[in-house]
Design a protein around this ligand. Structure first.
Ligand SMILES: Cc1cc2nc3c(=O)[nH]c(=O)nc-3n(C[C@H](O)[C@H](O)[C@H](O)COP(=O)(O)OP(=O)(O)OC[C@H]3O[C@@H](n4cnc5c(N)ncnc54)[C@H](O)[C@@H]3O)c2cc1C
Length: 638
């Protein structure tokens, strides 16, 4: 029999959180798409924590949803507990987090993929990336090769115009549990052992990272009376802007909080020489912000206890996740250490904790569109790009999908900058900075975080989703209507004057608010910390009934107006530099007076804008001035 050759538009290698969003985006844009996975039974698998969202990650889920992605909708259908975090702090850091029924999350995502037009699921290991040499025109733009498709293990070839690599933690994966080491991917799944070599041959620089997961316990062996119960919110807020809030008011499951103690730490310290990390067996670099329990005990030696969250893995399983205690210690040490924790004295381990090492890339080889600079048509997203986390993966996945799709359609790429979304911050950090460990999103990484709130992701990004064909006209009309209602209500509150009548003074007195000497507007009253839109209803009888999503924006816009305006001015400054584009064909040898180091870095990283160039380490403000003069001169000359 001859070799099978299948023609398609896009190949997505990987059906994890990045791959699912990437493939759905391409297929929904009308492109014939094939998504490959080592196992069709592990689509959208959550190999670690059983939750979606959390601080800053919740923002990413909302952004994926605003762009037309699936993660938010999927968790709205499959959560078992939900909480809005950080409510005691300002709105910039409010973040939604939901416990997922893992099996259901994965099953439903697979069903969405299976029923998506233009999308085919293929269970197969992709072993080789196929490319052809670039011509002179490509080389002038720094492109060395064009992608042409992939080859799978059986030898079958899939020819494509674009390929998106979303291989997660599977490339040359190795799992470690003390001295027991297996060459497998997460959950004992088959590792992908061929693709790295093919990528290396094409000149793609690879690196090795590691991460880890805690043990899962049998619920029946846990004494919950020794732990603090953690319940979900009474009124659940959905992730997706399209979910009806009534549909997420369901009966929720509880999580539980307990702590490690000196005894736990003693056992860990006594067995450090048997931990693959401390014994030097692990080569990969792990995430600083998601440390193993061994790391916590060594690095924070002064702490006498660490939090341990016991979280259900689903509704129809007895497995419980032991959050905060990931480890690669041997099985016997694990059992001993877990059994020192109150409530876990008689615990039975269903799955051992383990660490995993895998191949990934230094994402500085990519443009902010997530396309490889040297291999046109090749895109990548997720853990493969050196990030960590389901939400980080999904966010990159949808962007890579949109841009691979647009490339096939001959359209300009979509870019999201640092002032437009956490997705912009994530991608810019990945493609510009030297990240020596798995990158995790955090609110502190976003400099314009008062503008990048989880509540306004639709107002920030829906149009970009619409432009790409992932958001419908109906959804855009809904957004425009929402904008109009917000604007009109803010204007009404700014114009409506409240006099010093006895009714108004009585209202203020009741709310411990300073009495009026003269008339003031409702907006000014709302700025007082002790007053809110809801409270002012008593002295504002003319207000219309407005949707909750509108009221939330009105309240934030008025209460934080000064801060928001200040941040908007900073964004204007930032945008000026981002708008100064650097032509793809620039020859840095032509830019005289650049320092040698800056010239080398700029040649290597090929930034798309002066703004991005200014964030590359080794490029100084003086180099940026030289570059600006050169670009201005060239602009005039042309
Ligand atoms: C043990 C462990 C612990 C983790 N701990 C944490 C944590 O504490 N915090 C955190 O935020 N994140 C953690 N993660 C990471 C989290 O699982 C990932 O960030 C997330 O799943 C990444 O999504 P992804 O889509 O990039 O890749 P994955 O979800 O890993 O999906 C990769 C997909 O690629 C497929 N694939 C790979 N290579 C090939 C190939 N050659 N051919 C065909 N298919 C291929 C696989 O079958 C799979 O479908 C952990 C992961 C593991 C495994």
């Amino acid at each position: 029999m001859g070799q099978i050759v299948i023609k398609t538009d896009v190949c997505v290698v990987g059906a994890g959180h990045a791959g699912c969003e990437a493939a759905l985006a391409c297929a929904r844009m009308g492109l014939e798409t094939v998504i490959f996975t080592v196992s069709a039974d592990s689509i959208a698998l959550m190999p670690c924590n059983p939750n979606i969202g959390g601080s800053s990650k919740g923002h990413l889920v909302r952004e994926v949803d605003a762009l037309g992605g699936e993660m938010g909708k999927n968790i709205d259908h499959t959560f078992i507990q939900s909480k809005m975090l950080n409510l005691s702090k300002g709105p910039a850091v409010h973040s939604l987090r939901a416990q997922a029924d893992k099996a259901e999350y994965s099953r439903r995502m697979r069903m969405i993929l299976e029923n998506q037009d233009h999308l085919t699921i293929k269970q197969a290991e992709v072993c080789e990336l196929l490319t052809k040499e670039a011509g002179e025109e490509g080389r002038a733009r720094g492109v060395e090769r064009y992608v042409t498709g992939v080859r799978i293990f059986t030898g079958a070839v899939y020819e494509a115009k674009a390929v998106i690599l979303c291989t997660g933690t599977y490339l040359n994966a190795r799992c470690l549990c003390g001295e027991a080491i297996t060459q497998t991917g997460p959950n004992g799944l088959q590792a992908a052992t061929h693709l790295t070599d093919s990528l290396k041959k094409l000149g793609i620089g690879m690196r090795r990272f590691k991460t880890g997961t805690p043990a899962r316990m049998d619920k029946r062996s846990i004494d919950f009376s020794r732990m603090q119960e953690q319940k979900g919110d009474e009124k659940v807020v959905p992730f997706s802007f399209s979910t009806n809030p009534e549909d997420v008011q369901i009966a929720q499951d509880s999580c539980w909080l307990t702590y490690t103690n000196e005894k736990t730490h003693e056992i860990i310290r006594a067995n450090l020489d048997r931990s693959p990390i401390y014994a030097g067996i692990i080569e990969g670099t792990g995430p600083r912000y998601c440390p193993s329990i061994e790391d916590k005990v060594v690095k924070f030696a002064e702490k006498d206890r660490h939090q341990v969250f016991i979280e259900p893995e689903g509704r129809f399983t007895n497995e419980m996740y032991v959050g905060g205690m990931s480890s690669s210690l041997p099985e016997d040490v694990q059992l001993e250490m877990y059994r020192t924790v109150p409530g876990l004295e008689h615990c039975k381990i269903v799955r051992n904790a383990y660490a995993i090492e895998y191949d990934c890339i230094d994402a500085r080889q990519l443009y902010p569109t997530l396309e490889f600079k040297k291999i046109a048509g090749l895109f990548s997203a997720g853990q493969f790009n050196g990030s960590s986390g389901y939400e980080e993966a999904a966010a990159q996945g949808i962007l890579a999908g949109i841009n691979a799709g647009r490339k096939c359609q001959g359209k300009d790429p979509v870019m999201i900058d640092r002032s437009e979304g956490y997705l912009g911050v994530l991608v810019d950090d990945l493609v510009t900075k030297d990240n020596r460990e798995p990158y995790r999103m955090m609110t502190s990484r976003a400099e314009y975080r008062l503008l990048l709130r989880q509540d306004n992701a639709d107002l920030r990004l829906r149009e970009k989703g619409f432009e790409s064909g992932l958001i419908s006209e109906g959804q855009i009309r809904h957004l425009e209507e929402k904008r109009r209602m917000i604007r009109e209500e803010v204007e009404r509150l700014q114009k409506t004057v409240i006099g010093a009548s006895s009714v108004n003074q009585g209202f203020l007195e009741k709310n411990n608010s300073a009495l009026l000497k003269t008339g003031t507007t409702l907006a000014e009253l709302m700025c007082r910390p002790e007053l809110s839109y809801e409270k002012l209803a008593e002295i504002d009888p003319d207000r219309k009934r407005l949707p909750q999503e509108v009221l939330e924006q009105v309240e934030i816009e008025i209460k934080y107006q000064g801060y928001i305006e200040r941040q908007q001015r900073q964004v204007e400054q930032y945008k000026k530099m981002e708008k100064k584009k650097i032509p793809e064909s620039i020859d840095y040898d032509d830019v005289k007076s650049l320092r040698l180091e800056a010239r080398q870095k700029l040649k290597e990283f090929r930034p798309v804008s002066v703004g991005q160039a200014s964030r590359i380490s080794g490029v100084s403000p003086a180099d940026i001035s030289v570059l600006l003069v050169y670009l201005e001169h060239e602009g005039r000359r042309q």
